[in-house]
Design a protein around this ligand. Sequence first.
Ligand SMILES: Nc1ncnc2c1ncn2[C@@H]1O[C@H](COP(=O)(O)OP(=O)(O)O)[C@@H](O)[C@H]1O
Ligand SMILES: [Mg+2]
Length: 325
Amino acid sequence: MSAPLVRIDGLKKSFGDVVALAGISLQAHAGKIFGLLGPNGAGKSTTVKILAGLIVADSGSVEIAGRDVFKEPAAARAAIGYVPQEVTVDPYLTAREHLDFYASLYHLPETVRETRIREALALVGLVGQEQRRARRLSGGTKKKLDLACGLLHRPPVILLDEPSLGLDVQVRHDVWNHVLELKRQGAAIFLCTNYMDEAERLCDEIAIIDRGGIVAEGAPEELKGRLNRDIVAVEVAGSNHHHADSAAALERALADLPVVREARREGTRLKVYVEGRETALPLIVETAARAGISVQSITYSRPGLDEVFLHYAGRAFSEGATNGA
Ligand SMILES: Nc1ncnc2c1ncn2[C@@H]1O[C@H](COP(=O)(O)OP(=O)(O)O)[C@@H](O)[C@H]1O
Ligand SMILES: [Mg+2]
C-alpha cells in the first residue's frame, strides 16, 4: 500500500484528570475510508481535532500528507478538509455566501472558484437553494452545506466527525453517498462515528476506540470473522409459560455442547453463540428434538460490529460514555 496520508503515532492527550487519548497509533490511506468507531466519550473528536490542528497533543506524533502537524501546522492544514461534529453554518448567511467565504479562506484562485462552488453545490444537492439563508434550511441540508464548505478546496485528506449524527434516514444515505464519491475521487477519509451501520457500510478499515485506547483494528469483515462466534437464534414454538420453560430446558441442554460458547434466553427466544455453524446448526436441531422441544424457527447470522465491540471492550457498545463520566 502507498504511504499513509494520515499517520498517528503514540498520541496522548489528557484534559486535567481525564485521559482522552492514552497513546493511540493509526493510519489512513488515499482512496480509502478509515473509520474510528467508538461510543460517546471514547476520544474520537479529540483525535480529529488534533489532526485538524485545533488542539495540541501532550505527546506522540501526527503527520498529514507527510507534514508534521505540530512542526509544520500550515502545510499540514492545507492538506485537510475538516467537517466538525457540530453544525457550524451561520444562520444568517446564505448557502452561496458560505461557499464564497470558504473559497476566500482557502485562497481558491478566481479561475477555479466558480466551478468549484458549482461542483460543491451539486455534490451535496444544494443547487437552486444557494440564495436561502442557512436558518431556513433543514438540519440535513445544513449538514450538507457544512460538508460542501469543508471540501471546497478538494483536500487530499478529509476529516469527518460523525457526519450523519442526528440526521434522518434519507439524509444519512445522501451523506453516505457523498462520502463514497469523495473516496472514488481518491481522498483519504478519516471518519469518526458511533454508528455501527455507518462503519460497516462505508469503511474499508476501522479501529475501535474505547476509553482513549484502540481495542481492535481491521476491515469490518475481518474483525467479525476473527471472532469465530456465529449467532444462532432459536425460537421455541408458542409463547406461553410452558414454552418459556421449554426454552429454558433447551438452554440447559445446549450448554453441554462443545460448539456452544454461550447461550442467552429471552422468553421463548434463545441466542446461541457458536463456533462454526456447519456442525453447530444440526447439533442444535438434534438436541432440541431429543429433548422433545419443538422449534418454530432457527436462524443463523454472522456477528455484527456490536459483538466485536463487546468482545474486545468487554462491555456492550450501547453502555456508551464511561470515560471520566
Ligand atoms: N475540552 C475538554 N475539556 C475537558 N474534557 C474534555 C474536553 N474535550 C473532551 N474531553 C473529554 O475527553 C474524553 C473524550 O472526548 P471526545 O474526544 O469528545 O469523545 P468522542 O468524540 O469519542 O465522543 C471525554 O471524556 C470528554 O469528556
Ligand atoms: Mg465526538
